[in-house]
Design a protein around this ligand. Sequence first.
Ligand code: CP
Ligand code: NVA
Length: 309
Amino acid sequence: MKHFLHLKDIPAKDLRKILVDAKKRKQKRAKLNTLEIDKNAPLKGKILIQMFEKSSLRTRLSFYLAIRQLGGGTITLRSNELHIGEGGESLEDTAKILSTYGDGFMLRTDSDEKVENFKKYLLIPMINGLSPSSHPTQVLSDVFTVEEIKKKPISKLNITWIGDSNNVLNSLIAASVKFSFRLNIGCPKKYKPKKFILDWVKKNNKKVYIFNDSKKAAKNADIIFSDKVISLNDKVDKKKKAKHFAKFKIDKKLLSVAKKDCIFLHCLPRGSEVKKDVFESKNSKVWQQALNRVHVQKSILLYCFNKLR
Ligand code: CP
Ligand code: NVA
């Protein structure tokens, strides 16, 4: 049994193994319908319990399809409908019950401490489906999408992030260390990644490149990533923050400094950080990116259940 909580804590060779498996699996089921099960139904009889403390469209659907295509099933819980959400049951007892009824647990939470506490008490594998500090399933899937489209290892590409230093960027930074790719970050000075994250990069003898200028960050990019400026857990003055990011919009002008065949990716949902002329352009691969979550999460589930080929 293995957890999948933060990319920084997972060995690079395991992350690569997950991507290799996802590629094979995706190819093999090209002609199958959505709910048809992969050959040998490797997770037959298993149930994944998903718990959401925050909104989700893609993560919920993609985990549903992922476990179903592996022969298992899922149930989705909202913590505010459970005793734990109302303070009526301890996390420890909740974790025991989840472990008794379920085979795997996927949590989307607004507390990293909760991730750690569940890890302490669960007897089944846990997957982080987004927390304030990371969004590992999203970013591993994004590495898959990049390599699928560009048909080369991500280590050979220039990756640019334009936007806030949030959970998705933290995972992207971790991925840049694990997969050794060049990562440029374009953001206002005030919103650069936290020191402890940059210290971790340094400790791993790697570097990320931070620019207070979106054009400098996007120069020669093969891929431009972005995300909402205001995240689900952001308790900030939204108007003020949006103003600070006024010069960090993704538009055609910005794309013109990147490579000609640069692609635009966004985990979604989107806000006003990306202009329609980019979002709807042929450079934008956001729908392919969203659907790949299913394929990569299947291999993440197999990794957690010690069933990766
Ligand atoms: N990208 C992503 O995690 O989407 P949801 O919030 O809809 O799950
Ligand atoms: N950074 C965003 C990601 C949403 C999928 C958030 O946390 O709201």
